[in-house]
Design a protein around this ligand. Structure first.
Ligand code: SF4
Ligand code: SF4
Length: 160
């Protein structure tokens, strides 16, 4: 399925089932957990210097790794999670070479695919301090786990 079709399906599910999903105790607590872990990951990225290095790479050095095609990894359920968390999914691609979810301010998603959460280019792996890499991996590991369990819960809920 193309990304635009997945977005359309996710929007329909959001319109029809958002209230039901949010009132489910398990999904509601997993949504809170994912938000907290995503925030912890974002802090670790700022504190380790990764956020700043990636900003410079993207804006000054022209080396962003958010290329066109990565959006194909995104499932309808993961897009639905983003809508529930308040993300505004784009109507069109911002840049021909960029991922569908890359905008001028960076990635517009709140819940990301494992590849997007986990990726560190070889330059950053060389340049970051070992302790910072470990802290970052700890935070991103918890974020990926939260995405995985919520994704499964939503998939099972929608099958009911
Ligand atoms: S991970 Fe590496 S290549 Fe990707 S944006 Fe950051 S610095 Fe650039
Ligand atoms: S981080 Fe966001 S913009 Fe970058 S590849 Fe992943 S989904 Fe696309």
């Amino acid at each position: 399925m193309k990304i635009t079709e997945k977005i359309r399906t996710a929007r329909e599910l959001y319109l029809n089932r958002n209230a039901e999903l949010r009132s489910d105790p398990l999904i509601s607590s997993q949504l809170c957990e994912l938000s907290a872990r995503t925030e912890a990951s974002r802090r670790a990225s700022l504190e380790s210097g990764v956020a700043e290095a990636c900003r410079r790479c993207d804006e000054i050095e022209g080396g962003s790794c958010c290329g066109a095609g990565i959006e194909e990894r995104y499932t309808t359920e993961l897009l639905l999670i983003n809508l529930i968390l308040g993300a505004e999914l784009p109507e069109a691609r911002y840049s021909v070479e960029g991922c569908y979810f890359l905008h001028s301010r960076g990635c517009i998603l709140f819940a990301r695919d494992i590849l997007c959460i986990n990726y560190l280019c070889s330059r950053l792996q060389r340049e970051l301090r070992h302790g910072d890499i470990l802290s970052l991996q700890d935070a991103t590991g918890k974020e990926m786990e939260a995405v995985f369990v919520l994704h499964n819960s939503i998939r099972n809920f929608l099958k009911k």
